[in-house]
Design a protein around this ligand. Sequence first.
Ligand SMILES: Nc1ncnc2c1ncn2[C@@H]1O[C@H](COP(=O)(O)OP(=O)(O)OP(=O)(O)O)[C@@H](O)[C@H]1O
Length: 299
Amino acid sequence: MISLTNVTKQFGTLTAVDNLSLGVKAGTIFGLVGPDGAGKTTTIRMITGIMAQTSGEIKLLGSLDAEKVKEQIGYVPQKFSLYGDLTVMENIQVMGALYGADKERVEELGTNILAFTNLLPFKDRLADNLSGGMKQKLALAAGLMHRPKVFFLDEPTTGVDPVSRREFWQMLYRLNKEGMTIFVSTPYMDEAELCSEVAFMSQGRIVALGTPARLKADYPFRLFELKAEGKQLKHILADCPLIDVNAFGDRYHLVAESPEVRPKVEAALQAAGITRFSLQEISPSLEDIFVHLAEGGAS
Ligand SMILES: Nc1ncnc2c1ncn2[C@@H]1O[C@H](COP(=O)(O)OP(=O)(O)OP(=O)(O)O)[C@@H](O)[C@H]1O
């Protein structure tokens, strides 16, 4: 459905996307995950034909020219511009008219899509007066007006509250169940877990690609979660054979080659006068994997 072969995008001397190759099958929820500046937006712009690549080949729905298949693509950009002085329904109507649907059809489809996105009760509200989460839903609704086969969403939930994020993802799941292929970028690791396939991007490159389950199964280390009172834990554990110590909220994730590190960590904590702690081996989350990769673990 989507394939990129050795795609590079250069802005002057800056390589925003570096020799990227990937394939997305029909019916997937594909997540492009990575920090700010990783190259996610540039990648989506190139696939959707908004921006030309410097080199490499991009095929979308069997075509090398995105323009030719644009009726089958939906795209919600990161900075979506709504008409603030128009109502929710009027915004939807403008979008439908842009795609050439007749008035009655727009009305019918718009009502269905607003019902689907739970925006129908707000159809007469000015877009300017919507909450952040509702604005994102309206952006999604507008992008659906022409029933795309493949739907691109660039960081659709950035800055949206957790409840709205969950609702937003439920909608993506429902669209996917109806047969739509979803290509979504996100900086959030918990959202990466919700994708059927994930590509982790860092500095213009894909450093890991696979299903969340595969990526976890391939994690090469043992992971321990430490909860302990006291500061300078990194310093206290400096002599333990640990590959990494990462703070996760009020806990630490300790990365080690083998489980034998455990008694050494316990001894180091006790030697520092820390007697109340919990230390248990855990399975890695995608965040653990990506922290490792972003620090250069892929090389
Ligand atoms: N039009 C442009 N001209 C010059 N540099 C650009 C342009 N667009 C993006 N860049 C640079 O390319 C790199 C990748 O940016 P991109 O927006 O694709 O990343 P991103 O992963 O989407 O991050 P963000 O969430 O911040 O948008 C960044 O260093 C950015 O500054």
